[in-house]
Design a protein around this ligand. Structure first.
Ligand code: DON
Length: 303
């Protein structure tokens, strides 16, 4: 059934107006992205997905992978063990900052690169490749289809991964990195290079909105894991604009440097947008604006 929702999201795209910002250039392959892409998808808990714009264009998941891998690390190791490695405090710093607690050495939270690299290393697997396979398998179950890695983006990002490599070595010196820094950064870069569409992200978000259960009734995440992930997304998902986001949009969300942005309305819907130009915080410029508009028009705010 076509509902006003589909009309609404088409109107949203048509009226979103001027773009601003720049596509990410520190990953050479992302600099090649078509900056004018624009898409939105809203997925209901019972499996309907409403889309508008470039909804079938694939882009890399990038940092939107971080809360998902964090969920798997908690499922594998237990929350207490994960908390000993990674804190849950907003850092107020940029996503690639060396934000480690001076007393404990823990990265401030799992949404910044330092915490996400530590979380990747906590996922169980016989070796580095098996760990990545389990991660891609989880993302695929959440998306409801088999996802794969964009090898060109992976190679491109790995060739410029000095800063993440430095973060991994730094984490090892403070005892917060399990495994070999080069293997972990390689695996983390592969997780960031998983190819998705806004349909996939909206469906993933709808599973988180449903407390970890898919529209088909498969439990993918335990409720307490799901709750931990949504809480950290709410406070840290938008990096050093997390406060602005929580006040102006008011839902758990996560952005990625390829221009994706995923938001969760617990108990209601999963929402995803895509527009590659980024603001100074590394969040999609028109993506943030679309969520602000949806908050105004649909009343997303949880508070
Ligand atoms: O590690 C990195 O820098 C990238 N793979 C991911 C960064 C990212 O998506 C930041 N988000 N907006």
């Amino acid at each position: 059934m076509q509902t006003p929702m589909i009309d609404y999201i088409h109107l949203l795209l048509e009226s979103i107006g001027e773009d601003g910002g720049h596509v990410a250039s520190y990953i050479p392959e992302l600099a090649q992205a078509n900056p004018d892409r624009l898409a939105v998808a809203i997925a209901t808990l019972d499996g309907k997905v409403y889309v508008a714009g470039d909804a079938d264009v694939e882009f890399t998941i990038q940092s939107i992978s971080k809360p998902l891998t964090y969920a798997l690390a908690i499922a594998d190791q237990g929350l207490e063990s994960v908390l000993q490695h990674i804190d849950v405090e907003p850092s107020g710093d940029a996503f690639n900052e060396i934000s480690l607690d001076p007393d404990t050495g823990r990265p401030r939270n799992p949404m910044i690169n330092a915490g996400a690299i530590a979380a990747h290393a906590l996922v169980s697997g016989e070796d580095a490749d098996a760990r990545v396979d389990r991660i891609v398998d989880l993302y695929s179950r959440l998306a409801g289809r088999s996802l794969s890695i964009a090898e060109d983006v992976f190679e491109s990002e790995l060739s410029e991964a000095d800063r993440n490599m430095a973060l991994a070595y730094m984490l090892r010196t403070v005892g917060k990195l399990e495994g070999t820094p080069t293997d972990v950064v390689r695996g983390y870069t592969r997780q960031c290079s998983v190819s998705v569409t806004v349909r996939d992200l909206a469906r993933m978000a709808s599973v988180l909105a449903a407390g970890g259960v898919t529209a088909e009734g498969e439990r993918v995440l335990e409720p307490e894991v799901n709750r931990q992930v949504l809480s950290v997304m709410a406070t840290c998902g938008m990096y050093n604009s997390a406060g602005d986001w929580l006040t102006s949009v008011g839902i758990p969300a996560k952005s990625g440097v390829a221009g994706g942005l995923m938001g969760i309305m617990p108990g209601q819907v999963g929402i995803a947008v895509f527009s590659p130009r980024l603001d100074a915080h590394g969040n999609s410029t028109r993506g943030v604006r679309m969520f602000e508009r949806m908050n105004h028009d649909l009343g997303l705010h949880l508070m």
